[in-house]
Design a protein around this ligand. Structure first.
Ligand SMILES: [Zn+2]
Length: 857
């Protein structure tokens, strides 16, 4: 015993000795952390945290995997040395409390008594909001080295998972750009490209769909590995309002959220603002702007019963300080009409210098307060978490949702199920047929029971959204939403899914992988093969066939082959050398049924051609451009980014058959510079090579490109460029309306399409359109060498399927998709968000079809 004690003492002395050798962040970096015009980049951050991990028994560094650009996404797990030695035990307790299926209340209380709060902090998801990535260094260093009994108390009760950057690629880009232009007139200005290879600011809009690698890794920490009870996401905002936002949030709230969760968030927020006030850090506001309705950001966690907190700090110019006169500060947004003292903002900041170091100081206090609340309320937090999960399991009705195997696009339906599984949702499958409400659900039907911990999240994702209209007075407009108002996955993805309000009594098994159809290649045929156009994956098959120089057709008529019916637009492939082995392989990889024809290929058909695609990419970085690029890469379209310079140079038909204009404001495309001295006051120039737009000569070159036979594919507001400037025989009826007349901030509406037209191939005749303040097109009689065909319309009836819209009547009978013949070429107007954030799988085909169609004369 004595010997053990002695060696423990030696170990203690030794580790403290080692520890005294750990450099502070300032020593490690060679400058004071947060100093003006100095940044620690992500590589330095990782190196330093790894050093702390090697030296401190309180810290363990975990590498989650690679980011989009191949950087390591790391977390630091920080707790007392004892807890660090028993991480698996505490992870298991967290898992049990997150899934209390067979836990008696006595057993739960035992776990609560032993357990630690798992607290997760993500920093810097928006790369220019860089303060928290810097703060992470000091926070980790202090937690690793401090002998303050308070800190020891926190570490004994909490296991902190700290992610120093939720967007490492962007952090590095921002540091590079900032350093490059230091001490020039462009210092602290914005980059001409997205601070993530594809999605830029939308890194924080992807948390239910999980398209991007970074979102997947963060989701894994939350939903698969650690099951944290509390989460804090540290952001920055504009410079001229309050200094800092802390929860509670502002209305509205989703009816699916737990009331207890709302109260816990308020508790955490109150301790943050209290500790900030105590240190006389002024300008902190709560109950402002940010709502509890939209689940697209990391706040998706709240629907998983995780206390989900957001902080927003006023920004400086990345690391350059700014000076703000008091009269330049302004209010606005729900919760503060004017910049002046009020209960949720009792101590307005009075202006002065604002620097990176200030941001770090506020964030440190908030992060400590987060840790303090987690530690002091440890048992209540664990019990609350258990109770919310327990209540979710025990709530009686509705019963759940079913996704039958017969789907318009069964591959996309499986993709939806895949997303649910990735979120940690329990998914079952019928082992036999079952009749519910006179409808037969066949064997293989997928059932998502609501009696599970993620009940709120499931309802939010699988049901429709009804936006809660909260008014400040009975006669005023409702509070406007923060972001989009609808995310119902079945509608977004074009998947049939029914809510079941009664017990489901049938043999079922739990599945842990999505039931993708087994792509089948039944056998060789000397006549050729057919692939239905209903699958989004059919476009991948077309692209592969064309790349391998196979002959491919689309049929211009519906036909029957034996018992199988094929619609117009079916892909028909004549038998060719080496085709069979490729089709076998691709059927399997793409889950596609490939049908060997018993008869000759139909007579009436179009040969599909490879299309050289250009995607317009402005120097005012566009997230819609990035998402479009990402989506088209996923579906194996080859594309080239088209810059302003390329368009201005002209001769576009030499390089492209189709050019895509993403959802970008017309003025930004033509010339984003302000037009007069007055509007130039707040204009921040970019370095010369990134200034300007395509200008008049670019518009002319695009016009010539189309006249000569090219195809211009325009998306949503991007349509207004050709509509107004070519011009086309099309008008936007929403042009001069203000927000109180027409407001559609991301809503799902009914639309009808001509499925015999190449743009509508493979679509159901009625589909869901995701509309985001999109144009309301009317066409008019054409003059000269121009013609127009309306391919999709909003029907003349109530349009709303999910979400919120004001002035819906405006869209009725208006055109949603138009095919305009212009000279020898065409302009394809896709007038709503067919590929918004790569979420509406149900309308991806419109973009894919537009590209395939672009190759046609
Ligand atoms: Zn942000």
């Amino acid at each position: 015993m004595k010997r053990i004690l002695l060696s423990l003492v030696i170990l203690f002395v030794f580790s403290n000795l080692l520890f005294s050798q750990v450099q502070s962040p300032d020593d490690f970096l060679g400058f004071p952390l947060g100093a003006d015009r100095q940044l620690a980049d992500y590589h330095q951050i990782v190196n330093y945290l790894e050093l702390l991990g090697e030296r401190s028994p309180r810290i363990k560094i975990d590498n989650l995997g690679k980011t989009t650009d191949g950087n390591d996404m790391i977390i630091a797990i920080i707790s007392s040395p004892d807890n660090i030695q028993q991480l698996e035990k505490y992870r298991q307790i967290s898992y049990e409390l997150a899934h209390p299926y067979n836990l008696s209340s006595t057993e739960a209380e035992e776990l609560i008594a032993q357990g630690k709060v798992i607290a997760f902090i993500t920093s810097n998801i928006h790369a220019t909001e860089i303060g928290a990535s810097q703060m992470s260094l000091q926070f980790t260093y202090e937690l690793a080295t401090s002998e303050d009994p308070q800190i020891n108390f926190y570490l004994e009760n909490v296991i902190l998972i700290l992610m120093p950057s939720a967007n490492p690629d962007g952090q590095l880009m921002v540091c590079d750009w900032y350093r490059k232009w230091l001490e020039t007139e462009y210092e602290g200005g914005r980059m001409p490209w997205l601070y993530h290879r594809y999605v830029g600011h939308d890194t924080n809009r992807d948390f239910f769909m999980l398209n991007q690698k970074e979102s997947k890794l963060i989701n894994r920490v939350m939903s698969r590995d650690w099951f944290p009870q509390v989460h804090l996401d540290e952001h920055q905002m504009g410079s001229r309002g309050p200094r800092m936002f802390v929860p509670p949030y502002k209305d509205p709230m989703s009816p699916n959220l737990s009331p207890l969760l709302m109260r816990l968030e308020a508790l955490f927020g109150a301790n943050m603002s209290f500790r900030l006030e105590e240190k006389d850090l002024s300008g902190v506001i709560d109950s402002w702007v940010f709502d509890s309705y939209w689940p697209g950001g990391t706040r998706t966690a709240a629907w998983k019963n995780i206390v989900s907190l957001l902080t927003e700090l006023a920004s400086c110019d990345v690391a350059s300080p700014i000076f703000i006169e008091e009269n330049e500060l302004y209010g606005g947004g729900k919760g503060m009409a004017e910049y002046k003292q009020q209960i949720n903002f009792p101590n307005p900041w009075k202006g002065g210098w604002w620097r990176l170091r200030d941001i770090i100081d506020y964030e440190l206090v908030a992060s400590y307060a987060f840790l303090e609340t987690s530690a002091k309320f440890r048992e209540s937090i664990l019990r609350g978490f258990y109770q919310m999960n327990r209540t979710a399991i025990e709530q009686p009705t509705p019963w759940g949702y079913v996704i039958p195997p017969n789907q318009h696009d069964a591959i996309t339906a499986a993709k939806l199920i895949d997303i649910l599984l990735e979120h940690g949702i329990q998914v079952l499958q019928f082992q036999e047929d079952l009749i519910i409400n006179n409808r037969i659900y066949q064997t293989g039907t997928v059932f998502i029971p609501l009696a599970q911990p993620l009940r709120s999240f499931i309802s939010e994702m699988l049901d429709i959204q009804i936006y809660p209209e909260i008014r400040l007075s009975p006669s005023s407009d409702p509070l406007y939403p923060y972001d989009v108002t609808s995310w119902s996955l079945p509608l977004l993805m074009g998947v049939a899914c029914d809510r079941i309000d009664q017990p489901v009594n049938v043999a079922m098994v739990e599945i842990d992988s999505a039931p993708y159809p087994e792509g089948n290649f039944i056998g060789a045929s000397s006549n050729g093969y057919a692939i239905s156009h209903q699958f989004n994956n059919t476009s991948i098959a077309i692209n592969r066939l064309l790349k391998e120089k196979f002959e491919v057709y689309a049929t211009l008529q519906a036909f029957r082959d034996g018992r199988t019916y094929f619609e117009t637009g079916t892909i028909a492939i004549p038998t060719q050398p080496k085709l069979e082995q490729q089709l076998k392989l691709w059927a399997k990889e793409l889950h596609l049924p490939i049908h060997p024809l018993n008869q000759n290929l139909p007579e009436s058909k179009l040969q599909l051609k490879s299309v050289r695609v250009g995607l317009y990419k402005p120097w005012r970085a566009s997230m819609d451009e990035g998402w479009t690029r990402w989506l088209l890469e996923q579906f194996e379209f080859d594309l080239v980014s088209v810059t302003n310079e390329m368009i201005k140079q002209g001769q576009l038909s030499k390089r492209f058959d189709a050019i895509i204009i993403p959802d970008i404001n017309k003025q930004t495309i033509i010339d984003p510079k302000p037009k007069d001295a007055k509007s130039a006051k707040n204009y921040r120039p970019m370095p010369e090579q990134y200034e300007g737009g395509i200008e008049k000569e670019g518009v002319d070159n695009l016009k010539k490109f189309v006249s000569d036979g090219g195809a211009l594919i325009a998306l949503d507001s991007g349509c207004l460029l050709p509509v107004d400037e070519f011009p086309l025989p099309v008008f936007d009826a929403s042009e001069n309306l203000n927000r109180s007349d027409y407001n559609a901030p991301g809503v799902m509406l009914k639309a009808d399409i001509d499925t015999d037209h190449p743009l509508g191939w493979g679509m159901p005749s009625r589909f869901t359109a995701f509309v985001s303040n999109s144009p309301a097109f009317r066409t008019t009689a054409p003059i000269g060498d121009v013609d127009r065909s309306v391919i999709a319309v909003y029907p003349d009836e109530s349009l709303l399927l999910s979400g919120w819209i004001k002035g819906e009547e405006l869209l009725r009978k208006k055109a949603a998709v138009i095919d305009v013949k212009f000279g020898n070429g065409k302009v394809i107007l896709l007038g709503f968000r067919v590929q918004h954030r790569a979420q509406p799988h149900g309308t991806f085909k419109l973009l894919f079809n537009a590209i395939h169609y672009a190759g046609q004369p």
